[in-house]
Design a protein around this ligand. Structure first.
Ligand code: BGP
Length: 470
């Protein structure tokens, strides 16, 4: 659709940006924090450990002041479960409770609405030892953890996100460092049982939020990308539908409707991987209602038909992995790529928003979107990241178009507010508006510098997205 009459973004649009605890905080075993699965994993060769990261734990005041300077209306951050509950259950760590309380107060001081992710890739190691999400008790573990969060922060935090990228935990958990396949004979059985427990835990926590938090709003935060067929061959269309279902609709159909997607169900049946569902589970999920959908978008995916001979070459959140007999990742020759090989598709962002809205009719907030690059600090303390400005501008333009088409968008939180450690490609893959002066292994002085994108985003926020010029 060629749009001539633009609508403009809603007045209370939540401009902000995102981080996650294990990637930004550092202080990973300090002040009573227990280890998480991220602290006990072997980090990919050539990348830094997660002990210091951006040292947000000690510098959050300075960092939030910079976010306020950009004019943030919201800040999306996650709580490290093992900072609050070092063993994952039981004894609460008062210093952990205090830290997030301080972060929340610091945001509120500047009129920044905290948007809190309850779980972002960092299950307490103690719980992993007890079977992690494979253990049915994980539903109660998460529920009890959520209760502590609502009790302590529910008076000040209105917006909650349950689980970050649950779909990526299932699809590429090995790359993110969350999946242990030792001794597992049927990976699908394990992964989709874990997935069922997470879905149920999420549903119970959505109920709980509505009971405990006055005016509280809660939603999921999967990574959603529309999947394109590589050609208009009918079989490629089927392949695209398969991957759309496995990658995205499974998670949103469950979160919104409490219904297993039929294509995914068949896929699981074929792999002898139907999860164990106890009486009452489906009712809980059917009745749980998110208030909005949070979603991370980096790019679309493109697939072709696979006759069962495709090879599942390792891939990450955005490059994807071929699923023999369902779809084969093919790549899209019409798109450019970032220097880390991720395709760039702003128009795909619009089609993703359109598709999501036409399926679920819920308000949506972008909880991640951004460009990872090797930024350079110049001698006079500048970072000229015009490529990031270009990426973000092109994506915001698509939000404006989608909104003009009637899609309800609540806000935009690109990844990331400040440089932090990538899931598997180290510190050198930078995303922030704020540069952190450290290298992969040399911590330097960790000083903060404003990138060119910092000033640009400030102006975008000031004009509520009207002025996107450089
Ligand atoms: C998402 C994760 C984030 C983040 C981002 C960028 O999948 O939710 O935690 O890191 O992707 O990915 P990466 O760090 O792999 O570049």
């Amino acid at each position: 659709m060629i749009i001539k009459k633009m609508k403009g973004l809603p007045e209370n649009f939540l401009w902000g940006a995102s981080t996650s605890a294990y990637q930004v905080e550092g202080a990973n075993l300090i002040d009573g924090k227990g280890p998480s699965v991220q602290d006990i994993k072997t980090v990919p060769k050539g990348t830094s450990e997660l002990d210091v990261c951006s040292d947000f734990y000690h510098r959050y005041k300075e960092d939030i002041a910079l976010m306020a300077e950009m004019g943030f209306k919201t800040f999306r951050f996650s709580v490290a479960w093992s900072r609050v509950l070092p063993e994952g259950t039981g004894e609460v760590n008062p210093k952990g409770i205090e830290f997030y309380s301080n972060v929340i107060d610091e945001c509120l001081k500047y009129g920044i609405e905290p948007l809190v992710t309850m779980f972002h890739f960092d299950l307490p190691a103690a719980l992993e030892k007890r079977g992690g999400w494979s253990n049915r008790d994980s539903v109660d573990w998460f529920y009890d953890f959520a209760k502590i969060l609502f009790e302590n922060y529910g008076d000040r935090v209105k917006y909650w996100l349950t689980i970050n990228e649950q779909n990526m935990l299932t699809l590429v958990g090995d790359v993110i460092g969350t999946t242990d396949m030792t001794g597992v004979t049927n990976k699908y059985k394990k992964l989709y049982q874990e997935n069922h427990h997470m879905l149920l835990a999420q549903a119970k926590v959505m109920h709980l939020c509505h009971e405990m938090v006055p005016g509280g709003k809660i939603g999921p935060a999967p990574n959603i990308s529309l999947v394109y067929p590589a050609t208009c061959k009918p079989k490629d269309i089927l392949a695209a539908q398969n991957y759309n279902a496995i990658r995205s609709w499974l998670y949103l159909d469950m979160a919104v409707w409490g219904r297993y997607n039929n294509l995914v169900w068949k896929f699981l049946e074929e792999r002898d991987a139907i999860p164990e569902i106890l009486p009452g589970d489906m009712e809980i999920m059917e009745q749980a209602k998110p208030d909005f959908i949070g979603f991370n978008y980096y790019n679309t995916a493109t697939v072709e038909w696979d006759d069962g001979t495709g090879v599942a070459v390792a891939g990450d959140q955005q490059t994807g992995v071929t699923e023999p007999g369902m779809y084969r990742i093919s790549g899209n020759p019409n798109l450019t790529r970032t220097e880390f090989g991720w395709e760039v598709d702003p128009e795909g962002f619009r089609s993703t928003m359109r598709e999501m809205y036409s399926r679920y009719h819920l308000p949506m907030i972008v909880t991640e979107n951004g460009l990872g690059a090797h930024d350079k600090l110049t001698e006079d303390g500048k970072i000229h990241d015009d490529y990031r400005i270009d990426y973000l501008r092109r994506h915001i333009e698509q939000i404006k178009l989608a909104v003009s088409e009637g899609v309800e968008m609540m806000g935009y939180c690109p990844w990331s507010a400040i440089d932090l450690v990538s899931t598997h490609e180290g510190v050198v893959k930078r995303y922030g508006f704020i540069y952190v002066n450290r290298d992969e292994f040399d911590l330097k002085d960790m000083a903060r510098y404003k990138k060119d994108s910092f000033y640009w985003y400030k102006k975008v926020i000031e004009t509520n997205g009207e002025d996107l010029s450089n």
